[in-house]
Design a protein around this ligand. Structure first.
Ligand code: HEM
Length: 151
């Protein structure tokens, strides 16, 4: 099978098609993100994780590029999301709350198609971040050092 070449024209056509189908665009995504992070900063569980963010305009700009790449195929983001979260000591509860808040904000601010489009991607990325960042909780008996049998 021949790979379809990824050209700027093809990217632009895809972005256009997604925007027409979902009502999403970079401006819509940016104002959604402002609402989402406004709420996340107020959230008792998530808020403390964001106190270290020194420049919120920069964070919103990075996240707008990230979601533009993920949801609109704009290709403008080149960062490393996994690395950005390694020192935050996130737990499965953080991820569940993040997704819950993301869903509520998306349903309030986006069209139904736009919300589904963003949510499908958010769930997938959250799962892979969670799996990469949090070691699997094994039952005590199966933890390597738990039985007193040392290698
Ligand atoms: C589970 C709760 C989460 C918390 C508390 C959290 C918090 C943070 C914080 C504190 C930063 C660093 C911001 C800065 O220093 O400027 C960050 C960066 C980022 N987060 Fe999250 N995050 C969470 C989940 C997620 C999820 C699920 C996604 C994607 C679906 C995501 C996407 C990103 C991206 C793209 C960046 C920027 C990385 C870069 O610098 O290139 N985060 N997050």
């Amino acid at each position: 099978m021949t790979a379809i070449p990824e050209t700027p024209d093809r990217r632009a056509a895809l972005t256009h098609e997604i925007a027409a189908r979902t009502g999403l665009g970079e401006d819509v995504i940016e104002s959604f993100l402002r609402a989402f992070y406004g709420a996340a900063r107020q959230d008792p569980l998530l808020g403390p994780a964001f106190v270290g963010v020194e420049d919120w305009e920069r964070h919103i700009a990075t996240l707008t590029r990230f979601w533009g790449s993920v949801a609109l195929m704009t290709g403008g983001y080149h960062g490393q999301p996994m690395r950005a979260h390694t020192t935050l000591a996130l737990t499965p509860t953080h991820f569940a709350r993040w997704l819950d808040l993301f869903e509520r904000t998306a349903r309030e601010h986006l069209s139904p198609e736009g919300a589904e489009h963003m949510l499908e991607r958010a769930r997938r990325i959250a799962r892979s971040l969670e799996m990469g960042l949090i070691p699997l909780a094994l039952p005590a008996a199966k933890r390597p050092m738990a039985s007193g049998v040392h290698p």
